[in-house]
Design a binder for this molecule. Structure first.
Ligand code: GLN
Length: 571
């Protein structure tokens, strides 16, 4: 009895504030759940608002992760055309995910995983598998409770890891969509079960009618009513708007939507997504959230680095024009992580990166100078299939011959290998067997591990693999380390049978996978900055840690840019 008492005294908190600080909360394991739903229209930026809130909570000392629930039936977006869905983002553990996960990582600098993106397809797949195994013991399997239970399990899974104090779950789509109903029902149930450990943020639009010069709250009222029809009362409204919301409008929204006055948060259009965390901080979104979750609001908020990045981004000292050559350039979301990586690298180099989006199908040997002349750097993008390949190869030839800084990513690297084989090594029919299976010089060929694969979904070489860099190479000087890890998403690979020929001709393998000897990086000896990478460096560039390859590439482009300027001023 005596021992028990002294133990109790030993664990008694000495000060009231010791009870709940961000770090002690982690020990107590009471994860808080925040759901972010969207109303009125799609494309309001739920991903950016979620990432911004997470950033603020992280800056106050909390451990946070963000999850995206997508209401489509594909098991993951890996099988979707970029025109459908924009870029497919790949995590370290090889999940092919929604591009919002890229924003989460870029804002938080914390890697996401398989568990951070769930689709209706995946939910149904696992429920059906359980049904086939007989796990439901003869029950009729239904949307409620089986699908909703599966959704809840997937949301709680991240909390159960013990790694996060707060889990933010973004529900894809717009409330009122038939396909998102099971998700809204799961949110309703979790809110009821968790009480103060759960809250719902609803993102809406306050349109501005220029004819009458008014902001209109009705669409927001209706969208909250739609949520209410499904039993969900939002706790906080984040209102996207082109104009500031005055007091009256805020009061009106609060009154008609049953939310507290300080829980009506304005989200005004910003010149860059990286400004949104600061706008949300001004609106006290993080404070309102923490209060509602009954969590302490630590006084300090560590946003100095973020502010410094933003300052550099908004006050560039110079500008460079970089050509991004791809076949999906009409939809810029197809290359989201690449363009964001260029923004990060631009800030490091104090320069604005002016990206010229150039369609690879429009480039040929005859117009290449007209299309690419004057660019300070060229990136050839990843991709699949034949369309636009010859344009990419012409662009690479131009970059190689004119000593323009070049970064080839995945298919872009493979095209650089093909171009070099054809135009330097004289193998005029060199190709990738993806495009020409009967080429007599398959310099890019199917990976051994891919040869018996027939199913398309989730079967590529995916996720993080180690890579060893060769000393005294441009690549090693850019990375400033010897062993790196980068994320992959491809089926084809440099054909090692040709490696010696390539190296003798001047294209060297500057990065090799230490396990199987696969060539992961090539570079040219006789070129100021020409690097091709089989992986996707863009998936790992974050605000806190801009990717060295992009930083080095933009730096080389800045040098070329100032040369071009000097030449122009002489004429
Ligand atoms: N299509 C090529 C391959 O599968 C390149 C893929 C990519 O660029 N992501 O190997």
């Amino acid at each position: 009895m005596k021992i028990q008492l002294s133990l109790f005294i030993f664990f008694l908190p000495s000060r009231p504030e010791d009870i709940k600080t961000p770090s002690t909360l982690r020990m107590s394991g009471s994860t808080k759940y925040i759901f972010v739903t969207g109303g009125v229209t799609s494309s309001l930026g739920k991903g950016i608002v979620s990432a911004s809130l997470a950033k603020l909570l992280q800056a106050r000392g909390y451990t946070v992760t963000i999850q995206k629930l997508d209401p489509y039936i594909n098991v993951d977006p890996g099988t979707m055309n970029p025109y459908e869905h924009g870029e497919c983002f790949v995590t370290d553990d090889g999940a092919e995910t929604d591009l919002d996960l890229g924003h989460y990582e870029r804002f938080l600098s914390v890697p996401t995983s398989q568990a951070n993106n769930i689709t209706t397809g995946r939910i149904y797949q696992s429920v059906i598998e359980k049904e086939r195994r007989g796990d439901y013991l003869g029950k009729t399997v239904q949307v409620i409770p089986h699908i909703t239970d599966e959704i809840k399990t997937r949301v709680r899974l991240l909390g159960k890891t013990g790694n996060y104090q707060i889990v933010i779950t973004e529900i894809g789509g717009t409330v009122g969509d038939i396909e998102s109903l099971p998700y809204v029902e799961a949110v309703r149930q979790m809110k009821w079960e968790l009480g103060k450990d759960c809250l719902v943020i609803h993102l809406t639009l306050i349109p501005y009618l220029s004819t009458t010069g008014e902001l209109k709250t009705k669409p927001t009222q209706h969208s909250v009513k739609t949520l209410l029809e499904h039993g969900v009362q939002p706790d906080i409204l984040v209102c996207r708007t082109e104009h500031h919301l005055n007091k009256d409008i805020r009061n009106k929204i609060a009154l008609f939507c049953n939310v507290e006055r300080d829980a009506v948060i304005e989200s005004i259009d910003a010149s860059t997504i990286y400004e949104v965390p600061l706008l949300m901080e001004k609106e006290k979104l993080d404070v309102v959230v923490l209060n509602k979750l009954q969590l302490p609001v630590p006084e300090n908020i560590f946003l100095d680095d973020w502010k410094e990045f933003l300052h550099k981004l908004k006050n560039p000292k110079h500008e460079v024009r970089i050509g991004l050559i791809g076949k999906y350039v009409e939809l810029k979301d197809s290359y989201k992580s690449i363009s964001e990586s260029l923004i990060h690298a631009g800030a490091v180099n104090n320069c604005r990166v002016n990206v010229q989006w150039i369609h690879s199908e429009w480039i040929n040997e005859d117009n290449v100078i007209e299309k690419l002349g004057g660019l300070s750097g060229i990136i050839v993008a990843p991709g699949f299939g034949k369309r636009g390949i010859e344009g990419k190869i012409s662009a690479i030839k131009y970059a190689r011959e004119n000593k323009v800084p070049f970064l080839g990513i995945c298919l872009g690297m493979q095209c650089a290998v093909i171009e070099f084989a054809r135009n330097v090594m004289g193998k005029s029919d060199a190709h990738s067997t993806e495009i020409n299976p009967s080429t007599s010089n398959p310099v890019i060929d199917l990976l051994e591990t891919q040869k018996n694969i027939t199913k398309k979904g989730g079967t590529m070489r995916l996720g993080a693999y180690p890579c060893q860099l060769k000393e005294d190479t441009k690549t090693a000087s850019v990375y400033k380390e010897k062993n790196i890890s980068e994320r992959h998403r491809h089926r084809y690979e440099f054909n090692n049978e040709y490696l010696r020929d390539f190296e003798n001709a001047g294209m060297i393998a500057s990065g090799i996978n230490p396990e199987g000897g696969l060539v992961e990086i090539v570079e040219l000896k006789e070129h100021p900055w020409f690097i091709g990478v089989q992986f996707h460096p863009e998936y790992k560039s974050t605000v806190a840690k801009p990717h060295p390859l992009f930083v080095g590439f933009v730096n080389a482009a800045v040098e070329v840019g100032s040369l071009i300027k000097m030449q122009n001023s002489r004429h």
